[in-house]
Each structure stands twice: as C-alpha cells, then as structure tokens.
Design a protein around this ligand. Structure first.
Ligand code: 4AD
Ligand code: MG
Length: 478
C-alpha cells in the first residue's frame, strides 16, 4: 500500500529527518536532471526532491514545470543551500503530464500580473497568487474567529432580495422571465407578478437590512457573504461581485462602532502576520521590487510588513467630514490645483481626496464621521445639526474607503420621513420598519469590503488580483 501523503509544509517545518514519506504536488522547476522543486500549495516553499542518477529515462524526460508527481522517498538534511530538508526519491510517478510548449504559465518568462489575469484559472500555481490566496483564506478565518470569540451570531442573509439596501439602484436583476416575450402590464412595464418570485428581485448589494433584524434578537450578529453591484466602475478597487463583512450590534453607538471596526482590522492583520509570515514576507519583497520601478517621489515610505506593523501599533485617526474638507481646502495639493475634482463642503470625496488625507496628511488609517446626509444612505442616524448623519468611513493608505458604516436611525418618524424624501418605498419595507415599531433600540454596524482588506494586507494593487475569479464590467471569464 502507498504511504499516506505528507504535506510539504509539515516536512519543511518539522525538525526531524531520516523518515519515509510520500509527497504529491506540481513541479516548479527541474535542474541538472536531478533536482526537482515540488510545490503542493500548503506553503510558499518548494520541496527539493533528488532523484537517483539512473532513474528511468522516460520518467526523467517527462519531468517538466507543471507536471504533477507522486514521490516516495526519505527526508534527509539538505546538502544544498536554501533549504533545511530534501527528499531522496526511491520511486517517482508522473500523475499528469504537462507539455512545456503549451503550458501557458511557461510561455512567458516572468509573466506580468495582467497576463496572469488572462489565465486566472492557472495563476494559483504562481508564488504570488499562492501567497495572496493563502492570506485571503487566513483573513476569512480570522474574521469568523474574531466574531465567534466575541459571541456574535453568524447570520446568513439572502443573496436574492427584493429590496435595494443602499438605495443606490445599482442592482443585477434576477428573473426567469423570457427576454423576448416578457409579460407586460397595461402601462407597458414588465409584469413581475408572473416572475419566479411573483415580484421583481435582484442580487443583494448588502446584507445589512436583514442583519439589523437579527441584531434586534441576538444583539450581535454579522454577515459575511457575496454582494453584487452593477456599477460601471472599471477601477482597481471595484468589483461587480465582492465579499462583504457586515456586523450589526444592538445598543452600540457610532463610537462603539468605530472601536469594533478598529479592533476587527487590527485583529485580523495580527492574525495574518502570525500565521502567514512567509507569504507576507514574499509579498513584501514583491512590492518592494515593484516600488523600485517607480520614480523616487512616488514610492511608499514603508514596506508592507512595516505598514502592517504600523497599523497594529497605532490608533486610527478620527476626524469629522467637516474637518476633512477643511484639511483638503488648506492643502498644498488643493491650492496648486492638483486635484482633478473640486473640493467644497457637501461633496462625495473622490479617491484622490481620501488618499490625500491618509497618505499625505495623516499617514495612517483615518475614520471620517459626520457626513452630509445628502450623500449617504437613508438608514443612517440623523445628527442634531439637521445636516449630517452618524456615518463613518474608514480610509486606508493605498486603498481609500475600506469600511462604510453608521449608527442607524432607530426613530421611526425620522426614518420614515427620510425614506419618503429619498423615494424609498415605505410600504414595501414594512418589515424593516417593524424593527423600529417593536422594541427599537439604538444600534450600529458597518460593512468591511473583504477584497479591499485583502488588498491592504497583501500589498497588491489591483482588486482583480485578490479574488480568485474577478467579475468586472465585460469580464466574467472562468
Ligand atoms: O459603503 P458601502 O456601500 O456600505 C454598505 O453596503 C453598508 N450597507 C454597510 C453596512 O453598514 N452594513 O460598502 C461597504 C464596503 C465599502 O467600504 C468597500 O470596502 C466595499 O464594501 N465595497 C466594494 N468593494 C469592492 N467592489 C465594490 N464595487 C465595492 N463597493 C463597496
Ligand atoms: Mg461607502
């Protein structure tokens, strides 16, 4: 019988040798007809497999980058530099061949991230994407652990919904009606009563409204699921399908909300630093190499690891929207007309403004509160000034907005009035308003964009490179 497979990570991390193993994985390189670097994805490092001179010619010929192999052999201290252990092969079996003339990963020397996006189905097999997706996994796990350890209930909110939680109308429709022969009402509009759910439905843009219902019973809940936005923004920070973490906490106000978001971010960064050190160090080096290509004045001052450590060791800056606008108005960038978009109280800050605040002015993550109510969603709690709401956005260096949240308007009259002003269908949303009718309490929550936090932690610069299969305008390959 063949031996049970040992993970390469366990071999490299152990402190023993002189024992028999079976390993399986994919060949990353083959040198001198003798040294095979095998990777099984369990860690960044490859295991060096040494084959005996005189191994079957046919097998030696078949070994190439990309080939999958099974190796039985003995773990021994490595003679070569760069690794502590290697495996001396007794037998080697080719599981799946790989033609080097056709293998897309091998057709280019140093394939660019753009090229790898075109072969996203294979890019997991590179060091960079191996590291990114192991870190992504760890962050997801750390998020669940953070909330679980604090007694939150993980609530699965629906993916198909009839409501537009953000009131922004950027939704993908879900329907089984035939496009060319949809039933119509007398006024010419589509008759969704005939549709699968008997009403118009769409993919969710946020699980918040349903999370609020849960918070009114469990006190502390969170959702962590896919969200969909049909906004036509082809930027390095927008996806049409992304994952969002949305905690919702009864009895919390906007300050508790800020504390929770800051704790969550620091916790998961710390967790990744402790559990994915090797991956992060690799990504830090990758970023440093990339930075070297940039002109001096555009290079970031901190390396990836230093940046993460800085975030762990420093409180986020907390400022009001009004202060933020004043800082921008006073900035050399504004005075020298460096901003593309104008600045005045009331604007929805553009990413150039957000990045100025975090990268140039404060040089750390910033929590901005008290936004004008006109630019924020209907559910945010209205401040006494009549102009602003208890909103909070967290802005991160290199990314811009990473978290958006608020204290919620728990006063039924104020909420209903705001919904009417913003043309949100009050009757249809009776279920949401019931939380304000039956035992309403102050509460608050936020949404953390998962891919944005993965960008931040991995130091990658394009959001398409931190989700396995990105969905963006005109792109849903794989
Ligand atoms: O600020 P947003 O729109 O807030 C909400 O959806 C609230 N319902 C959250 C809540 O209070 N429970 O989105 C929250 C976060 C943003 O800060 C951003 O990080 C991320 O979601 N996000 C996107 N990430 C990738 N691609 C997009 N198109 C995104 N839109 C928002
Ligand atoms: Mg937002």
């Amino acid at each position: 019988m063949t031996q049970r497979r040992t993970k390469i990570k366990d071999i490299l991390n152990s402190d023993k040798s002189e024992y028999k193993v079976n390993i399986k994985g994919w060949v990353r390189s083959f040198r001198n007809n003798q040294f095979i670097a095998v990777n099984d994805g369990s860690c960044m490092g490859n295991l060096q497999v040494v084959i005996e001179l005189g191994t079957d010619e046919a097998i030696v010929k078949a070994i190439n980058t990309g080939v999958s192999v099974s190796v039985d052999g003995t773990v021994i201290p490595s003679q070569g530099r760069g690794q502590k252990y290697e495996v001396k092969a007794d037998t080697i079996t080719i599981l799946g061949e790989c033609d080097p003339e056709k293998f897309p990963l091998q057709l280019k020397n140093k394939p660019s991230l753009e090229y790898l996006r075109e072969i996203a189905h294979l890019r997991f097999r590179t060091n960079t994407f191996g590291a990114v997706f192991r870190v992504r996994h760890t962050l997801a796990y750390a998020i669940h652990k953070f909330f679980n350890d604090r007694g939150f209930v993980y609530l699965h909110t629906p993916i198909i919904t009839a409501s537009d939680a953000e009131g922004a109308g950027e939704m993908f429709k879900v329907t089984t009606l035939p496009f060319d022969n949809a039933p119509h009402n007398e006024d010419g509009t589509i008759d969704f009563k005939e549709d699968f759910f008997g009403r118009a439905t769409n993919l969710t843009v946020s699980g918040q409204l349903e999370a609020e219902l849960g918070a009114m019973a469990f006190s502390e809940v969170y959702t962590f699921g896919p969200t969909f936005r049909a906004e036509n923004s082809n930027t390095a920070r927008h996806l049409a399908e992304f994952w969002m973490i949305e905690p919702e906490v009864a009895f919390n106000d906007i300050y508790d909300n800020m504390d929770l978001a800051e704790d969550l971010l620091q916790y998961i960064i710390d967790y990744a630093m402790k559990n994915n050190r090797e991956d992060l160090e690799f990504l830090a080096q990758r970023l440093a190499d990339e930075e070297k290509q940039k002109p001096m004045n555009e290079r970031s001052e901190l390396g990836l690891i230093e940046k993460l450590e800085f975030v762990l060791n420093n409180k986020f800056e907390r400022i009001t929207y009004t202060d933020a606008i004043n800082i921008l108005l006073e900035s050399p960038a504004y005075k020298k007309k460096k901003f593309q978009y104008d600045v005045s109280w009331g604007i929805d800050m553009q990413s150039e403004h957000e990045r100025y605040l975090v990268e140039k002015h404060f040089k750390k993550p910033v929590i901005v509160t008290g936004y004008p109510k006109e630019i924020k969603a209907f559910y945010m709690r209205q401040n006494d000034d009549g102009k602003t709401v208890a909103a909070m956005d967290i802005l991160a260096p290199g990314i811009g907005e990473i978290v958006g949240g608020s204290q919620r308007e728990e006063r039924l009259d104020k909420l209903t009035q705001r919904m009417q002003e913003m043309h949100i269908p009050v009757d249809e949303m009776y279920w949401y308003l019931d939380t304000r009718r039956f035992g309403a309490v102050p509460h608050a929550g936020f949404g953390l964009g998962f891919e944005r936090v993965v960008l931040f932690v991995t130091g990658m610069t394009n959001i398409r490179d931190v989700i396995p299969f990105p969905r963006t305008p005109k792109n849903a390959e794989f």
